[in-house]
Design a protein around this ligand. Sequence first.
Ligand SMILES: [Mg+2]
Length: 234
Amino acid sequence: MPNFDYLLFDADGTLLDFEAAERQAFFATAVVLGVDPTEENLKLYSSINGALWKQIELGEVTNAEMQRLRFTRFLAAVGSDADGIAMNAAYMVNLGKGSQLLPGAMDTVRAVAAGRTMAIITNGLPVTQRPRYEGSGLREVFGDNLFISGELGVQKPEKRYFDLVCEKLGIADRRRVLVIGDSLSSDILGGNNAEIPTCWVNTKWWTERGDAQAKARPDYTIRSITELPALLES
Ligand SMILES: [Mg+2]
């Protein structure tokens, strides 16, 4: 494969364990709000939240609307009269405490960092992503190269998001950049939109794609982030 001088990593599901962070934040928040902290309720919330994030990627819902709607919808679905906006605010604080890395993530980024510019590209909000970044230790490898959609005002898969990141990193030749991420609809489609090569981390071992993902065309596919060093050397 070509030599890549810039590696742009997605955070959640690629380096950070979002499912673990979401789980602990949901349970911690539910207990305080008087909602049953059950697996069933976590699953319900997670599906409502996931659907709203897909709508954000499609430009159908804004970040602010998502934050207003996700717990309001969840609480209505479970018949609770707790305040969805207050629950969202408490949840965000708790989510910021979830900085668990996925197995092998730190060893992998350390192994490929030498001689390259490393950056994190993440859709999310600074109030959660900044503390998770600091808590995970990723700063040791990535320094200040943390690009959060909520701060840039645009998100993956928009071409403008990647244009801004390239501009801030002083990237002139996009063929020397590799986007690495687990999401076809945000990371890979975004790289395609911005004409940047992509590596899909197909952690869920998907063999079929939904319609929303069908347009995305990864240049490389790995099944685990730990396969990246060998791929870059091939
Ligand atoms: Mg991801």
